[in-house]
Structures are given as C-alpha cells and as structure tokens.
Ligand binder design. Structure first.
Ligand code: UD1
Length: 421
C-alpha cells in the first residue's frame, strides 16, 4: 500500500500534456473482440484500468501486444472463452463492456456483476434492456449475468434509453453492429467517447450514423475487419489540470485537448474569474491575478457539466470568495469526497444531491482518503494549496485513471511524492 504526500509549493506553472482518454480506450479495447483481425490502438494511457482490460481480453483468447510507447495491438482471432474471470471483472465497472461484443460475435456471454468506484448504485439494467430488445435472453444467476442469443444473430430494433447512459449506449452500439437489420438508439449518450467508439467501429467496417447526437442509427453488417485508431485526449484529465492551475492561483498550459470537449469546464472556470485562453497547443489557464469567486454547478450528461469534474471543482470552490452550490444529477452518491475535504476545513454541507460550499477557506493539511478515482484527484488538488502536509491514502483509486499523475504535477512545480506505507 502506498500513500501520496502533498505539500503546498505555491502556484503551479508550466505546461502539461494530456494523455489518451481512459473512458475512450476501454470501450475501444472491448470492441476489438468484434473481429478476427488485429486492431492497433495508438495513444493508449498506461493505467491500472487499461491493464485490467488487457487481462480480460487475454482471458477471452485475444493476444495483446505493446508495439510502441503508447501503442497496442489486439488480435481476437478466436474467442476462446465467453466468461472473463470474476476477480478481473470485479475490479472495474467497464469490464461489462465486453458483453456487447461477445454476444454480437458469438451469441453468448457470462459475466459477474461488475465492480468499480462506489459512487452510486450503478445498475446495468439499461444495458440489459438494450440486449433484450435486440432479442437476446437474459438470465440472472446469483451475482452472474448470462446473455444468450438463440437465433444466428441479434435483431436490429428501436431502443429507447430511460437515461442517456454512456456505458449502455456503448454496449448496445457494439452489440448492434453485427445484428440483422437496423438499430436506432433513442436518447443515446452524446459524450465524445461515444463518437470515438463509433469512429473506431466505422473504421472496422460498421455502419453507424448520428453518434454525438441523441439518436444513433446502426445498420448491421455481416463482418468487421481490423483497423488502426488513435484515442481522443482525456477531457477529464485535462479538466483536472485546469483545476490544479486555478486552485493554486497558477498559470498552466494544458496541451493535447479538444477545445470543443472542454466547453462547460472553461465556461465555469471563467465564471469564477479564471482567465482561459486558447493557445496553439491547448488552453492557457491563468488564475494569477483575478480573485477567484463562487459559482454554482449542476452536473449533467454531455454537453452539460461533467460529473467527473464535480469533485475537483468543489475543491476550487472551497477556496473561492463567496458561497456556491453544487448539484449532482448523474450519480446518487458522488459526494464521498465532501467528508475528506471537511477534514481539511472546507465546512461543506450536503442535503441529498445538493452541496453547499461556504467558500473562502484556507485548507489545512490532514490525513485523508481517496474515496474514488476523481475524489482522490480532488484531495491531491486540495493538498496543493493546504497549509502543512496532506497524506492521501487508498491512492489505487487515483492510479486507475491518471497516467503519470505525480510526474505531471511535479513538472508544474508541485511538491508531491508517493511513499510506500
Ligand atoms: C461513464 C464513465 C464515468 C462517468 C460516467 C458519466 C467510463 C468507463 N466511465 O460511466 O467516468 O462518470 O460515464 O459520465 O466511461 N445507470 C442506470 N442503469 C444502467 C446504466 C447506468 O441506472 O444500466 C445510471 C447510473 O447508475 C448512473 C447514471 O446512469 O447514475 C450514469 O451512468 P453511465 O452514464 O452509464 O456511466 P458509466 O458508463 O458507468
């Protein structure tokens, strides 16, 4: 077990380069199960979740090779097993993304209920409802889920999602690409990671239109082929470094991002008084001069404010002038970081899905926990401006999703180290 130890070393300065998106690469890797030819993915971040997905793919019979610094080649020539081992599946919710490709290519998949961050109930009912609409049979056995396609292929249908779930949209898209006929997903998620997956699948020979809107049309094809694709930049990692610049009242250029994906984050930072300027290679975030003032945020599906940046933004608001309100509408239990921020003197109160942040606090170093992936990054940001030393425990959550977090922050002048406990 290791901890992070963070000390305040003043405003962050310099440049940081964003890695490939965790939430994009995981579905892309799962999608390689759809064809018997090799697929090459560039811009793959070195993350715990990516390693878990590699293990899962290998357990199903695929070969996964690292053929460059951040390039992997996956070849699922044969599907040797339709049941990834429970110990792998339990580690990460995104493991359930192999179900769509498995049932699409082989007609059968069996998975243990997926694990991951405990930020809410996170059921998979919408994924299953989608598979059922495509005429698969679902069997729940204790904590296992079996999906069986009785006919030769799944059957294209109109599927309405009660909520624009990212994972359900991805799983249904992957299931539908080899189905018989046309599938329409209505009220689909519109996240950039959905568009990236659709682009990847189309390169494999799929026929998908409308990804990035609330209506996606998938015309089933008889087979897919190998392709090469570069993962989009991680908008959540980019947002985290933008928050790090703001909370330390620093000036940082965050490079390798897609400006369009950052719009809600940029808008809210500007409302707080932070200067955000598009420069050649990314965004320059300058919080050196203006006072940082309170603002309210409400998380929403894309293009609304991302739930994954809610907790880092809350750390910033704790130090802003005036009180702010944060409303979390996507997950029902995404305020676990509040208790940890309060150990540092943030004095935040919550009621149901609303948090009130009084603001104007000088945070104090404390021993705190990374309660989940983004909540963990939040504690690091708080530690960067706290008085004294902040010790962050359970950092395995952070390492699931931030590539070279320590190195990148140190590159901006932060004082942070990883120590074996
Ligand atoms: C993905 C992201 C995660 C992000 C989230 C929302 C990945 C690997 N993870 O998670 O970082 O925070 O999108 O942007 O891409 N829900 C149901 N039934 C379902 C599926 C979801 O009720 O079948 C609910 C969830 O409990 C949650 C909400 O829908 O309250 C959003 O979940 P979803 O969009 O599916 O998120 P994930 O795909 O799990």
């Amino acid at each position: 077990m290791a901890n992070y130890i963070v000390k305040n070393n003043g405003p962050l300065q310099g440049e940081v380069t964003v890695s490939g998106a965790k939430n994009s690469v995981l579905p892309l890797m799962a999608a390689t199960l759809l064809c018997g030819e090799p697929c090459i993915i560039d811009g793959v971040p070195d993350l715990r979740d990516v390693h878990i997905m590699k293990d899962i793919l290998r357990s199903l019979g695929a070969t996964v090779e690292e053929i460059g610094d951040d390039t992997i080649k996956i070849h699922a020539k044969e599907i040797a097993s339709n049941e990834p081992p429970r110990d792998m599946v339990d580690k990460m919710r995104a493991s359930f993304l192999v179900m769509g490709p498995l049932i699409s290519r082989t007609g059968y998949g069996k998975l243990h209920m997926p694990g991951g961050c405990s930020i809410g109930e996170r059921p998979i009912d919408l994924h299953l409802k989608g598979f059922e609409s495509l005429e698969a049979n679902i069997y729940h056995r204790a904590e296992e889920i079996e999906v069986v396609v009785e006919k030769d292929k799944l059957t294209g249908k109109v599927i309405y999602l009660d909520f624009p779930s990212v994972g359900a949209t991805e799983n249904i898209m992957m299931a539908a690409v080899l189905a018989d006929g046309v599938t329409n997903i209505i009220n689909a998620a519109e996240e950039p990671e959905i568009v990236d997956l659709a682009n990847f699948l189309n390169k494999m020979g799929a026929r998908i239109k409308g990804a990035g809107t609330e209506s996606i049309k998938i015309e089933g094809v008889s087979e897919l082929h190998g392709c090469r694709h570069k993962v989009i930049p991680d908008r959540i990692e980019a947002g985290t470094y933008m928050m790090a610049a703001a909370i330390t009242r620093g000036k940082v250029i965050v490079k390798n991002l897609v400006p369009d994906h950052m719009r809600p984050i940029v808008a809210k930072l500007q409302e707080c008084g932070v200067k955000v300027k598009l420069v050649d290679m990314g965004y320059e975030v300058d919080a050196q001069q203006a006072p940082i003032v309170a603002t309210d945020i409400k998380t929403l599906p894309y293009p609304g404010f991302p739930t994954d940046i809610q907790s880092p933004f809350m750390a910033l608001l704790a130090t802003a002038r005036g009180s702010s309100e944060v409303v979390e509408t996507v997950f029902e239990n995404r305020f676990m970081h509040v208790a940890e921020l309060n150990k540092m003197g943030a004095a935040i109160t919550t009621e149901d899905r609303k948090a009130n942040i009084p603001g104007g606090k000088t945070l104090k170093g404390a021993e705190v926990y990374a309660t989940d992936l983004r909540g963990g990054a939040t504690m690091v940001l708080a530690g960067l401006v706290a008085t004294g030393e902040t010790v962050i425990k359970d950092i395995y959550h952070i390492e699931r999703g931030y590539e070279k977090f320590i190195e990148k922050l140190k590159g901006l002048g932060a004082e942070i180290k990883r120590v074996e406990a």
